[in-house]
Design a protein around this ligand. Structure first.
Ligand code: ADP
Length: 500
């Protein structure tokens, strides 16, 4: 299989050079569909590596912030073109290190391309406001200013898209970057950093340190010279990072867990709803923060919907994501597989009805990977743990509901608030649902996944801390407003006092 790189030792990228870790240690990155396949060795960074990367980013910031934004944009445009050229190789490498099927890794790289073009376009906008002053002969405006060296800590489920969501808005705004990618998927971040470097990003502007959370991520989030931290991952780690940021009042953006829902009303197009539930529940092996791990179905169509859903799920082909006939790949690692298996036991013990799946797949083609059968539980009550907690695997809990109001109560009755969806052909119900679902994203007649890069992405409650990624919202996070008043009256004018 052609890929962009052969297995080898991957180093940190600091101040424009590939360098060893001060720790002298490295770890293996293996294919979750076939653990015999070594993707590469990646250095295990420590706080000294993080210090060096932050020093480089802090120094580079002095000049990068002064490069005109349209010039920064030209570099991003070139990076986007390189990503287009290498999309197929990068997608294959991503399937090898992450496991999701090739169609989805192509989508992941495409998301990075879209984000890079979009943010490059912002180089000629980055609009502020001009507004009349309350005083004569006085001019008032606001402009965006960059902030400094930004720390970025990313997860493994979107190995190129998520780093691009953070890096591109940060860079176009004039900030510099230290990226700590997830342990399981560093290769895709290497590709992204390599492309940015070839496109002309100056030394020190983008830095990468690989390694684990406690040794590499924690020192980055705690570093006194990092005024901005952007994190995507679990709610438990997000809380640790928020606490690390609090003493210095760092800007801190957190994108965390979800327990997303598809609501199927009795007037829904059931074929469409089944398609949506299968894609939303089992796309990326259920390992998306927007995965539809709950499906709430109106009692009048419950049996018919569940029968059709189970038939479809039984026909899903699980296997190596590089095989074009595969519908669903493996779990990312052994730990994640064990988590899924433990939730299956929890569901059974809680009295949910196991309708299909429920077991690890092993032996034969599955012997060397972390595969789990796509699993559906029926007759779930909304308060069961499998209907409340994020599983991050191929497990869907189906909950019977009585009415739209009931469905909205169930939807909102979880600690998270990322994405929700309703299938109905009744426009009144659709609008009522979009108003009452307390989530960051709502879909009508589409599953809970499918975010586009020019719209805000994020969630409420324990999903986030009020910030949004993508779109102009990301520029808002990576810049600070500066309000400028220019008085050309040649006399002292006092706001609120001299204007009466
Ligand atoms: P996931 O469940 O997706 O693996 P995690 O929250 O465990 O999510 O990891 C997301 C990212 O956070 C990874 O890059 C991981 O290395 C990093 N991380 C884990 N623990 C910490 C920590 N204590 N401080 C900073 N980063 C961490």
């Amino acid at each position: 299989m052609a890929t962009a790189v052969a297995p080898r030792m991957f180093k940190n990228f600091i101040n424009g050079e590939w360098v060893e870790s001060r720790s002298g240690k490295a770890y293996e990155n293996r294919n979750p569909a076939n653990t015999d396949e070594l993707i590469g060795l990646f250095v295990s960074s420590n706080s000294e590596d993080v210090d060096a990367a932050v020093d480089a980013a802090t120094e580079a910031y002095k000049t990068w912030r002064l490069v005109p934004a349209p010039k920064r944009a030209e570099i991003l445009f070139r990076a986007a073109e390189l990503l287009v050229q290498r999309k197929e190789d990068f997608s294959k490498d991503m399937t090898r290190e992450m496991g999701k099927v090739l169609a989805e890794t192509r989508g992941d790289v495409q998301e990075a391309i879209d984000m890079t073009y979009y943010m490059a376009g912002e180089g000629r906008r980055l609009f502020g406001q001009t507004t009349p002053s309350e005083l004569p002969n006085k001019f008032a405006m606001s402009v965006r200013q960059s902030i400094g060296a930004c720390g970025m800590i990313t997860p493994w489920n979107f190995p190129m898209a998520i780093p691009s969501w953070k890096m591109m808005p940060a860079l176009i705004s004039g900030n510099t970057v230290v990226l700590k990618p997830a342990e399981d998927t560093p290769l895709s971040s290497y590709h992204l950093v390599q492309v940015l470097t070839e496109a002309g990003v100056p030394r020190g502007v983008v830095n990468l340190v690989s390694g684990d959370g406690p040794n590499a991520g924690a020192p980055l989030s705690q570093h006194k010279d990092v005024p901005v931290v952007s994190f995507t991952g679990s709610t438990a780690v997000g809380r640790i990072i928020a606490q690390a940021c609090a003493p210095d009042f760092k800007h801190c953006s957190l994108e965390m867990g979800g327990k997303n829902i598809i609501i199927v009303m009795e007037d829904a197009n059931l074929d469409l709803a089944v398609d949506g539930a299968v894609w939303g529940g089992f796309g990326t092996t259920g390992q998306r923060c927007t995965a539809a791990s709950r499906v709430a179905v109106h009692k009048d169509v419950y049996k018919e919907f569940v029968d059709r859903l189970v038939d479809r799920v039984k026909s899903l082909k699980v296997g190596d994501g590089l095989d074009a006939s595969t519908d669903m790949g493996p779990c990312i690692n052994e730990q994640q597989l064990k988590t899924v298996m433990s939730y299956v036991e929890i569901g059974k013990n809680e009295g949910a009805k196991l309708l299909t799946g429920g077991n690890r797949l092993d032996g034969g083609m599955y012997a060397k990977g972390w595969f789990h059968a796509p699993t559906v539980f029926g007759d779930c009550s909304p308060k069961m743990r499998i209907a409340q907690e994020e599983i991050f695997g191929p497990v869907v809990s189906v909950i019977p509901i009585e009415s739209l109001e009931h469905a909205v109560d169930v939807a909102n009755g979880v600690p998270y608030g990322l994405s929700a969806s309703i299938y109905t052909r009744n426009v009144n119900r659709a609008f009522q649902a979009t108003r009452d679902l307390y989530t960051g994203i709502v879909y009508v007649n589409a599953p809970t996944i499918g975010a586009e890069t020019h719209l805000p992405f994020g969630g409420t409650k324990q999903t986030g801390n009020g910030h949004r990624e993508a779109a102009i919202a990301a520029i808002d996070f990576f810049t600070e407003w500066k309000t400028i008043y220019i008085d050309y009256s040649d006399k002292l004018q006092r706001a609120q006092i001299d204007n009466v």
